[in-house]
Design a protein around this ligand. Sequence first.
Ligand code: HEM
Length: 508
Amino acid sequence: MATMDASTGPAVAVAVAVVVVLVSTWLWSTVAQLVWRPGSAARRTGCSSAATARRRRCCCHDIVPRVMPHYRAWMSRYGKVLVSWGGATPALCVGEYGMVRQILADRTGLYGKPDPGPALLALIGKGLVFIDGDDWARHRRVVHPAFTMDKLKMMTKTMAECAREVIRAGGTESPAGERRVQVEVGQQFQELTADVISHTAFGSSYQDGKEVFLAQRELQAIAISTFNSVRFPGFQYIPTKRNMRRRQLEKKVRGMLMAMIRERQVAAGKEARDLLGLMLEANAACGNGGATTSMTLDEIIDECKTFFFAGHDTTSHLLTWAMFLLGTHPEWQERLREEVLRECGGGGGGDTEALPNGDALSKLKLMTMVLYETLRLYGPVSQIARKVTADADLGGVRVPKGTTAIIPVAILHRDVDVWGADAGEFNPLRFRDGVNRAATHAGALLTFSLGHRSCIGQDFAMMEAKATLAMVLRRFAFEVAPEYVHAPLDFLTLQPKCGLPVVLQLLD
Ligand code: HEM
């Protein structure tokens, strides 16, 4: 039988005590970092009550209390730059334009893209949006030729044709020839922009790509639900119901995209007119340099995921919010209609309706101003994040490696010091001298971000929005339906929680 002598007894007792202290310290710090600290912050700022915020019917454009109430509360106490905790990671909220520019202009890799986590990767893919360094430069070189203005103008006709189909289906299928019809335009624009990206990116129709969009919508919901859960390392490998469904959807999307790409590789040699064809063409041209200049099949699949999601979801919300603002500001709606009729003509309706072309759309100055103002007040992306990769000096603030820098775009776009006393109001005229003269800082509009990592699809989105609105404006007068509930929701992208019902009145 083992016995303890007088000298080993105290030693074991000390060892046990040390282990107990270490384990309880670890447990306490884990609970404090993951649960108590964020939880108490949420309680102090009313985050949880904001999640069930009141629905408001009218048109206050201040979305901040709905989408980032905690930063609003903290900034009023601590100023424009402050630290909070995202789980165990410090987060620096950068609400000051000079510092924002320093972050976005950096090309040394000091402010890299944060780890998106498995759920966002499954949705958007490890494409341009999430990669850094040499990989990013290589991808951007291959993808860029597909987004030049001449290529986009080539795609305008497809954009306008898709819009004509949706307008026909949504607006003129009214009961017994009625001239007024109520439509939920949020859903219509989701389908329209999905159709446009299917045609312009993959040369197919929404019906062909529908399965990809439906799978992505479910992946979007999964990604949102993971944001609100505590992330433990390795948790993504545990076979929970959500993880298993995510992997299933990921596999399905990959299979469908792979089939589309293989089909195109077989048809290589034909003139490329869509984003995928142009990307494959540029990739083949870069191929001579081997893996250092071209992309692998897996990388192309990831870029396709990015196009599918980023290429339609954001633009559909831009269109929805523009309809909301024009539906609540009839004087601007009328001004835009006059401009469209002057620059693009009346169209005439029916199958032979003349479609607005890229050159005519480039002349729509008032429309551009309204779209910029929509993007300022209701930009689809409410915040931009970066990971600080080494200890940094940011405008005099010492920022430790590993910090997440959060750029609260929705708050910066309402900064009265930069946008003026009417920052909270809808005033497209602020953009009359161009986007860089609308505020005290050039580059104050952060909707598409700034610098070398800014949105590659911004001209694409603007062109599509202009083509669609031009087609709607010359055919209908519209107003927001009385049932509309003003409840902007950040579901990865900013959207009206209950959709946007609009009453369309067919024009002569
Ligand atoms: C209203 C529409 C859009 C908005 C508001 C928007 C917004 C943004 C923003 C803010 C970024 C920078 C993200 C960051 O730095 O973390 C970005 C990047 C990107 N966007 Fe868009 N986007 C829109 C439309 C599109 C479209 C139509 C496409 C493609 C067809 C697209 C593809 C991309 C890609 C590939 C990137 C990554 C660029 C890079 O890092 O090189 N976006 N977008």
